[in-house]
Design a protein around this ligand. Structure first.
Ligand code: AMP
Length: 207
C-alpha cells in the first residue's frame, strides 16, 4: 500500500509513520530526515539546502522530486511505502502522480495552538531520528531509545515554527483539496495521545 501522511509540522506525521512502518512492514520515506542527514554529513546537497531548512522554507521542487523519485524506485519500496513530509506542494503531488500510484492520503488534523505547543516542547535525537516531547521526557537530556544526546531542532525555534506554519498554510494545505478530489483523502483527528491517534489511523486503514 502506498500511503501519504499529510498534516502541518508537528501534527505527528513522523511519529505515526514510524509506528506504521513497523506494523505494515513497509519503509517510511521522510524527506525531512533525508535532508537533515545531508545537512549533518555536510554533503553538497546539505550545504545547498542548509539555509532553507534552518529558515523553515521549502527545498525547491526539482531537487525534492528527484530525490523522492529515486528513493521510491529502490527495491524496498516495491511492496509499498509511507511518505512522511512529501508531497508538500501541488507541483510535488502532480509529479508523484506521474511516476507512482498513491492509494491513500491520511491527513492528520491538529489545531494551531496544539501544534505550537508540540513543536516548542519537541526534542530530537539526531542518532536515531526519534522525536520526543518534554511532557513525557521530564528533565531527560538523552534519547530514551538509543541514549543519544537530545537536541532542539534548529527549525523548531519560535520564529522558524511560525514561518513553517505560514509555508504550510500557503503551499501544503491545498493538497487536502487535491486528494479529496481524487477521493483518496482520509482525515484523522490528530489530537490526543500517540496510541489514541495511532488507533484511529489503523481503524481507517482497515476500512
Ligand atoms: P520535516 O521534518 O518534514 O518537518 O521537514 C524539515 C524541513 O525539510 C522542512 O521544513 C523543509 O525545509 C524541508 N522539507 C521536507 N520535506 C520537504 C518537501 N517535500 N519539499 C520541500 N522541502 C521539504
Amino acid at each position: 500500500m502506498n500511503i501519504i501522511l499529510l498534516g502541518a509540522p508537528g501534527s505527528g506525521k513522523g511519529t505515526m509513520a514510524q509506528k506504521l512502518t513497523v506494523e505494515l512492514d513497509i519503509p517510511q520515506i521522510s524527506t525531512g530526515d533525508i535532508f537533515r542527514k545531508n545537512l549533518k554529513e555536510e554533503t553538497p546537497l546539505g550545504l545547498q539546502i542548509k539555509d532553507i531548512l534552518n529558515g523553515g522554507g521549502l527545498v525547491p521542487d526539482e531537487i525534492t522530486i528527484e530525490i523522492v523519485k529515486n528513493r521510491l524506485a529502490e527495491p524496498d519500496c516495491s511492496k509499498g511505502y509511507i511518505l512522511d513530509g512529501f508531497p508538500r506542494s501541488i507541483a510535488q503531488a502532480e509529479a508523484l502522480d506521474s511516476f507512482q500510484h498513491v492509494d491513500c492520503a491520511i491527513n492528520l488534523d491538529v489545531d494551531k495552538q496544539t501544534i505550537v505547543s508540540r513543536l516548542s516542547g519537541r526534542r530530537f535525537c539526531p542518532d536515531c531520528n526519534g522525536t520526543f516531547h518534554i511532557s513525557t521526557l521530564g528533565n531527560a537530556t538523552v534519547c530514551p531509545v538509543c541514549g543519544g544526546k537530545l537536541i532542539v531542532r534548529k527549525d523548531d525555534s519560535e520564529e522558524t515554527v511560525l514561518e513553517r506554519l505560514r509555508v504550510y498554510e500557503s503551499t501544503t494545505l491545498p493538497l487536502i483539496e487535491y486528494y479529496r478530489n481524487q477521493r483518496k483523502l482520509v482525515t484523522v483527528d490528530g489530537t490526543g495521545g500517540v496510541e489514541v491517534v495511532y488507533r484511529r489511523i489503523l481503524d481507517v486503514l482497515h476500512k
